[in-house]
Design a protein around this ligand. Structure first.
Ligand code: SF4
Ligand code: SF4
Ligand code: SF4
Length: 392
């Protein structure tokens, strides 16, 4: 994931884990990916892919902090270097900077847009605010109306924090009934506090187990209840109509197919990021000095992805599983979830337990009978939505 504006953003959401990455580069004034570096990246990235389809995910901070003229050049370079390959672009944005001109471009170039919105106004504005504290929900809704007007394909990305988890059905129904959104991704917010000398204040895995939880984090129990409540509505009414990423990923694991959600896959390694200056890190959630892979100006993408550090990182998800996960009946569906959340010490003293484990245990136990039914339908060549008639 390239970060053309680094960690810069026009918002300052309380739970943002990326804004503080600016502290990694205190000497640079503007954090902007130059044209020259962008072109090098596009050429290298296309050449490093084996598939006929090459996917770019433009990420931030806020990628729309860069002008439209920059992305027009991006598209030109992609055409120049793609040859016979198909290029697919995704843009992850907070939606507040969208304009008719932007939407025309996104539509004409067929870009897929991921919009960050945390449900209805009171939930969203609890944490997603500007630097001065001003709310942003109304502006994001304006952006979504523009995307619809210009027929840009978009999906919603929402975080599950202490506020959104407390009213899960209002949250889910807002996306389905108010926005008419059919593709939905939830990410649990799990952050701990640890002040670093360079100004960063969020902890990572190597900071140990004694860091206090950030107050906006979702609790493991609330995460489980949140998932189960929404699942119950979805499984009775919305299979085949609403595509909720974590439910799809769970079904994929039930079918023995690799899910499209890294946290529920059995290994990491496909979510590396490149900062504005060409520095590459193992994963968007591991942009820390300890997980630095090199700079694209000095080292090829393939070399960095094949490096021992990245391979060790990728395999840690499986090889670093604690005994509890290895003996868990849900290991095939969970794979110990994201390693960044494995910071809890169990009652018997075993370290590396996933903070969200109680929530996942509750979730997998709850959905298992329905997953079995959907698997049976798929095995029989039938759509999983058929179970809705049977369960009433
Ligand atoms: S919009 Fe995204 S990048 Fe910007 S502050 Fe909020 S979470 Fe961080
Ligand atoms: S560390 Fe977490 S977010 Fe990163 S690739 Fe692994 S599972 Fe995904
Ligand atoms: S549910 Fe808990 S014990 Fe089981 S695999 Fe997931 S994190 Fe590990």
């Amino acid at each position: 994931m390239p970060k053309p504006a680094g960690a810069h953003c026009n918002l300052a959401c309380d739970y943002c884990y990326y804004l503080e990455k600016q502290n990694l580069y205190p000497r640079d004034g503007q954090h902007i990916m130059t044209d020259q570096l962008t072109e090098v990246y596009i050429r290298e990235y296309i050449q490093s892919q084996y598939a006929t389809e090459v996917n770019f995910t433009w990420h931030g901070g806020e990628p729309l902090m860069r002008p439209l003229s920059y992305y027009r050049k991006v598209v030109r370079w992609q055409r120049q270097y793609a040859g016979t390959r198909t290029v697919v672009n995704c843009l992850q944005t907070n939606g507040t900077l969208l304009t008719p001109e932007w939407c025309r471009f996104l539509h004409d170039e067929g870009w897929l847009v991921g919009i960050s919105i945390d449900g209805p106004e009171y939930m969203h504005d609890a944490y997603r605010r500007r630097r001065g504290g001003q709310p942003t929900w109304a502006k994001v809704m304006e952006g979504i109306r523009l995307l619809d007007k210009y027929q840009v394909e978009w999906n919603a990305m929402a975080v599950v924090n202490d506020v959104t988890a407390s009213a899960s059905l209002d949250f889910y129904r807002f996306f389905r009934d108010r926005l008419g959104c059919r593709y939905l991704q939830f990410t649990p917010v799990v952050e701990r506090i640890r002040r670093h000398q360079d100004g960063r204040h969020l902890a990572h895995l190597l900071d140990g187990q004694d860091c206090p939880m950030a107050p906006f984090s979702v609790t493991p129990e609330a995460w489980g209840t949140f998932l189960n409540t929404i699942f119950d509505e979805w499984v009775h009414m919305d299979i085949g109509e609403m595509f909720v990423q974590i439910f799809d990923a769970t079904l994929a694991n039930w079918m023995g197919v690799t899910p499209g959600l890294c946290t529920l896959s059995d290994w990491c390694g496909h979510a590396a990021v490149m900062e504005y200056n060409g520095d590459v890190y193992c994963c968007d959630h591991f942009v820390f000095p300890e997980y630095y892979l090199g700079n694209i100006r000095k080292r090829s993408i393939l070399d960095m992805m094949d490096s021992e550090r990245q391979q060790t990182f990728a395999q840690f998800k499986r090889q670093g599983l604690p005994g509890r996960c290895r003996q868990c009946r849900w290991q095939f569906a969970c794979h110990g979830e994201c390693p960044r959340n494995r910071f809890v010490k169990a009652g018997d003293g075993e370290p590396g337990i996933n903070y969200l484990c109680p929530g996942y245990t509750a979730y997998f136990s709850h959905v298992a009978p329905y997953m079995d039914m959907m698997k049976a339908k798929l095995d029989a060549g039938l759509p999983p939505a058929e179970i809705m008639r049977e369960i009433g």
